[in-house]
Design a protein around this ligand. Structure first.
Ligand SMILES: [Zn+2]
Length: 467
């Protein structure tokens, strides 16, 4: 058999890996969207590097758009198989794909308006709500930690990845030529001792491993101070400077993590009295899905729920759904906190909030997650003094804050802990995916020292024989 790396290869988004069996079957691991790759992004999303109609089935590690976002395009281009995922991923993917399709349609309408004015031919969306609806019908739930037989040659097994709710590492056992081979794909690995989720789980011995490497050269600070930092930013911005604190955050995962931290601070009497807005209809839906999957929470959350039946809600929290209410926040004079998607500030309502508030030194833009270097969040993180948003130039007068330790990705110690259940000598090859190339090279050397003799950093669209 062979494996080809069609996305998240020497970069962090677009996760897509295709296993081809000798008998012609093709198994796709994730079908993620490239995000924040500058002008290249659209072209990269159009170019799968394989024929969608030839894919037999797909396995999805978790719901994040950079892992699931091109499923509707896969279906549009002729994929007819089943997509296997965990129950919580099933629920989250449903709302995320429909939302993503709506964004594609709205963006295209906006572009076409401009093109019509210029007398240029109109463009079609990458996919539509209709394609997303057909994709959702292809999803099938498989529980954690039970071997599930897909057909006579292939079995799959999900273990908890501790990254977002429903996130899994995917283990595929394939029988070929009388021999069984296990390929283990980490998906995105979260942190051990996460505030909400259970830690990543151990897994059976693999022959080949695909390992994410987002923070392969980083050690995060302790988890606890990030909550204190968050409260400090709210206090300094809203109470001292009397400004607005804008936090770009993924609707799924990071938003709930922030709400949980704020709720806990509220219970401890540490939360400054200020209005907090979650300006993302998707976050409201996602928080609801999270509430309905208490089975994924760790013991600390379960314990908190004994005294507080909703760990994601507290006085002063408001959800904004309607666009008019979102726009009304621009005219609000009082200090407040606005949590809004997307996490890299590349799209979504947060981009408008940043445009409206970046010029005022009383305000703060607080980055709390990974940002592609070319994305708006990435440019701000690197200290840009001037940025272009929707074609208009803005001076960066607002303070830009970063809380690095609030990551949903493990650092290299976490990744190493995830690998610690494996006998390195039994692993024939370890592929590093989902990371920036410079980071991957450092991580590769570190893994070799740990006893993994063959560590490869595959290029996009490269195909490598296994076994
Ligand atoms: Zn993820």
């Amino acid at each position: 058999m062979k494996i080809a790396f069609h996305g998240a290869a020497r970069t962090v988004t677009g996760s897509k890996h295709l296993i081809s069996l000798k008998n012609g079957k093709k198994i796709l691991l994730d079908c993620g969207m490239f995000q924040g790759m500058g002008r290249e992004t659209d072209a990269m999303n159009e170019d799968f590097g394989f024929d969608a109609a030839e894919v037999t089935y797909m396995i999805l590690s978790h719901a994040h758009i950079d892992h699931s976002g091109l499923i509707p395009l896969l279906v549009k281009r002729g994929f007819k198989g089943t997509i296997y995922c965990t129950p919580a991923t099933f629920d989250l993917t449903e709302i995320l794909l429909l939302d993503s399709a709506k964004i594609q349609e709205d963006d295209t309408k906006f572009k076409n308006k401009k093109l019509r004015k210029e007398g240029q031919p109109e463009v079609a969306p990458l996919y539509t709500v209709d394609d997303a609806t057909r994709s959702v019908a292809a999803l099938k739930k498989v529980d954690y930690k039970t071997w599930f037989r897909i057909d006579e040659d292939v079995e799959i097994y999900f273990t908890d990845a501790g990254h977002i709710i429903g996130s899994a590492a995917v283990h595929v056992r394939i029988a070929e030529n009388g021999k069984t081979t296990q390929i283990s794909f980490s998906g995105d690995i979260g942190r051990y001792n996460d505030a909400i989720l259970r830690s990543p789980d151990i897994f059976p011995q693999a022959d080949y491993i695909l390992l994410e490497s987002t923070y392969g050269s980083t050690l995060h600070a302790e988890a606890a101070p990030s909550d204190d930092l968050l409260i400090k930013y709210i206090h300094d911005t809203c109470k001292v400077k009397k400004g607005k604190l804008i936090i770009p955050a993924f609707s799924v995962g990071r938003t709930q993590e922030i709400l949980y931290a704020l709720n806990r601070a509220g219970l401890e009497g540490k939360l400054p009295k200020v209005d907090i807005f979650v300006d993302s209809p998707l976050s409201l839906e996602a928080t609801d899905v999270v509430r309905h999957h208490p089975e994924v929470f760790n013991k600390t959350v379960a314990k908190m729920m004994e005294i507080d039946d909703d760990p994601f809600d507290f006085p002063g929290l408001h959800y904004i759904e309607r666009v008019d209410d979102s726009k009304a926040l621009n005219f609000r004079q009082e200090p407040c906190v606005i949590i809004s998607a997307s996490g890299m500030a590349e799209a979504g309502r947060v981009k408008h909030h940043i445009a409206n508030n970046i010029g005022d030194s009383r305000n703060t833009i607080l980055i709390v997650g990974y940002c592609e270097p070319q994305s708006l969040g990435g440019r701000l993180m690197r200290g840009a003094r001037e940025v272009s948003i929707y074609g208009t130039h803005y001076d960066v007068n607002a303070e830009v804050g970063v809380i690095r330790s609030m990551s949903a990705h493990g650092d290299y110690e976490d990744l190493s802990q995830w690998l610690s259940c494996q006998d390195a000598k039994e692993v024939k090859k370890l592929f590093l995916v989902h990371g920036e190339y410079e980071v991957q090279q450092i991580f590769r050397n570190w893994l070799i020292k740990k006893g993994f003799s063959d560590v490869e950093i595959p290029e996009r669209h490269s195909e490598i024989g296994l076994g």
